[in-house]
Design a protein around this ligand. Structure first.
Ligand SMILES: C[S@@+](CC[C@H](N)C(=O)[O-])C[C@H]1O[C@@H](n2cnc3c(N)ncnc32)[C@H](O)[C@@H]1O
Length: 180
């Protein structure tokens, strides 16, 4: 199932619109990687904001999402997190599945929304792997929710700061900037 953009997607894309111009100003050849590209909303924001199309890379574990992003003209490969990703990037973004497991959730939407029994399992694996793919002074923008257990980024060797939050009536969403 291709995840249709929702509040989490819009928050992350707004942050990209705000942050990317400054990053591209410093590095016009910025290499951008999105894990879990879904509908491709952030790929198109990255392109419109000035990231060179040949420097936009992406992946998804869901083959329909990969096909969808390829049809939009983006480089997107099927990969479980960084399994098939090579190289290093200046900016890595991820709006992960972060909800705790819910027995009633249909299997096809589960892949896009459920992060594991507690909700943070995929995020924790991402944090372990992502640092191996960051260029010097590279950054990660990671979306997290108050529905997920609190994550200690420092335990994984990252310095962290919140760069944008939004309160929905049942949860708070925040985008974290992580650097090594
Ligand atoms: C919440 S959706 C976000 C989609 C899109 N980036 C957005 O912001 O609208 C999470 C995406 O991550 C993908 N995903 C889930 N587990 C993954 C994994 N282990 N590796 C790569 N992608 C994964 C899902 O298929 C889905 O497209």
């Amino acid at each position: 199932m291709v995840y249709q953009p929702a509040e989490d997607s819009y928050l992350l894309t707004d942050i990209l619109k705000k942050e990317l111009p400054g990053l591209i100003n410093k590095n016009p050849d910025l290499r951008f990687l999105e894990i879990g590209a879904g509908s491709g909303i952030h790929l198109s924001t990255a392109e419109k904001t000035g990231v060179k199309k040949e420097n936009i890379f992406s992946s998804d574990i869901d083959k329909n999402s990969v096909n969808h992003c390829n049809l939009l003209g983006y480089n997107c490969i099927k990969s479980d997190l960084f399994e098939n990703i090579t190289g290093k990037y200046n900016l890595i973004i991820f709006n992960p599945p972060y909800l705790p497991e819910e027995s009633k959730e249909p299997i096809d939407s589960k892949m896009a929304t459920t992060g594991g029994k507690r909700g943070d399992e995929i995020i924790l694996k991402f944090l372990e792997q992502a640092k191996n793919h960051l260029e010097n002074n590279g950054k990660i923008f990671l979306l997290a929710s108050s529905s997920t257990p609190k994550i200690n980024f420092e335990n994984f060797g990252y310095k962290s700061k919140e760069i944008g939050c939004e309160r929905l009536f049942y949860e708070q969403l925040c985008v974290w900037e992580l650097v090594i």
